[in-house]
Ligand binder design. Sequence first.
Ligand code: COA
Length: 195
Amino acid sequence: MSASVTIRPAVRADAAELAALFTAQREHLRPWDPRRDHGFYTRAGQRARLTAVERDRAAGTAYRHLILEDGELAGEIAISNVVRRAFQSGNLGYWVAGERCGRGVATAAVGAMCRLAFGELELHRIEAATMLHNIGSQLVLDRNGFAPFGVAASYLRIAGSWCDHLLFQHIAEQPSAPLGRDELARRISLLADPQ
Ligand SMILES: CC(C)(COP(=O)(O)OP(=O)(O)OC[C@H]1O[C@@H](n2cnc3c(N)ncnc32)[C@H](O)[C@@H]1OP(=O)(O)O)[C@@H](O)C(=O)NCCC(=O)NCCS
């Protein structure tokens, strides 16, 4: 387990550091991210992106945070598409720098985001989606009260192709007990291929 993982809101002043980290992580993130244009990797591009992040936070529609490991920038985590009224739900997404993977950073960051979402933000439900072969991300969700509930065909355009995704949800009052690797894999294969 990582020594100290915290999250804090991303702001415009983070633009230079985020541009540098996205540039360094380009190959690590390429298979999991939408295609990015050149401007995304620049300070100006990140400033524009973070201006929208601040606007969305003020509007209450999305909450993007930086993940810090021992105070150093390690990745991002966000709840977006927040819908209120009868739904009280949002979508979770996250990434961690390649050299910091495999030591609990994402698991801790998702835990922190769930506490924020179900506490201060008073959401009822968080949804997350992983590609079918993203076992690391599926384990992160399993360890944080999320349960897989379906497969959405052609759900997100990742690396230029529309990809099927496994859908997970975490209900505030009913966190799922962790299934563990083997049972999680069994449930996922049933969802992906019900015959
Ligand atoms: C997915 C991701 C966020 C996980 O971050 P992380 O900090 O490494 O996650 P954690 O260390 O908290 O937990 C990951 C677990 O999955 C395991 N794991 C990772 N990849 C795996 C794989 N291909 N097969 C089996 N297990 C795997 C890790 O060993 C770890 O389990 P352990 O604690 O038993 O060793 C990170 O790899 C990442 O940013 N990937 C690229 C972007 C991405 O996929 N984002 C999520 C989109 S849904």
